[in-house]
Design a protein around this ligand. Structure first.
Ligand code: M6P
Ligand code: ZN
Length: 191
């Protein structure tokens, strides 16, 4: 068991930020994810045009080898599109595949796109006051389908780990794009 002492952290309910500055978020920009977007040409043009920030998330300095630890924080995913595809997180499986994760919507609106290694796919909308359970074995990617930042609080087993391998190579089986001003889930042509 790790020797972590009890502690309190502040996360703003609307912005998602730790306003006291006790912890700092990690940022991912379009340049970190060019190959993850269906329209790589549009992604490269956005990198040239200033490389916008897609999202930021907190990861706490907790032991990563202890199944008793819970990792938690907020994800702040900005609104926008690359081509017709909404801003999204990279997405990942957990290295310990059967570990789950819980998200709680604080502000903004979006979707969680999920799939299993066997090819089951699912997606759920998430908004303020809604708790979303991502079961073990399901890769998960957050997508901002709204016009405000999508802010969610998350918790997962601290030793779960992040496995990006298959997703970085092939992406997800589905894409979430804007069609006629509304979100639509379509097949990923790269699959
Ligand atoms: C959430 C959690 C984290 C994850 C982060 C960024 O905050 O699921 O585990 O690291 O989103 O997502 P990704 O690792 O897919 O970039
Ligand atoms: Zn996760």
């Amino acid at each position: 068991m790790s020797d972590v002492k009890p502690f309190v952290l502040d996360f703003d309910l609307v912005s998602g930020f730790c306003t006291s500055g006790k912890v700092k978020p990690t940022q991912r920009r379009v340049s970190d994810m060019v190959a993850q977007f269906a329209n790589e040409t549009a992604a490269r043009a956005m990198v040239e045009g200033g490389d916008p920030l897609l999202y930021e998330f907190y990861g706490l300095d907790l032991p990563e080898d202890d199944s008793g630890v819970l990792q938690f924080g907020t994800t702040i995913l900005y609104p926008g599109k690359v081509g017709e595809e909404y801003f999204m997180t990279k997405g990942h499986f957990h290295t310990i595949l059967d570990t789950s994760e819980i998200y709680y919507g604080l502000s903004g609106h979006g979707m969680m796109l999920m799939e299993t290694p066997e090819g089951q796919v699912d997606w759920k909308e998430i908004g303020p006051g809604e708790a979303l359970y991502v079961p073990g074995r399901w890769a998960h990617r957050s997508i901002n389908t709204g016009t405000e930042p999508l802010v969610m609080f998350f918790v997962y087993r601290g030793d779960a780990g992040h496995d990006y391998g298959t997703i970085e190579e092939k992406g997800y089986r589905k894409l979430v794009v804007e069609r006629d001003g509304k979100p639509a889930v379509i097949d990923n042509p790269k699959w």
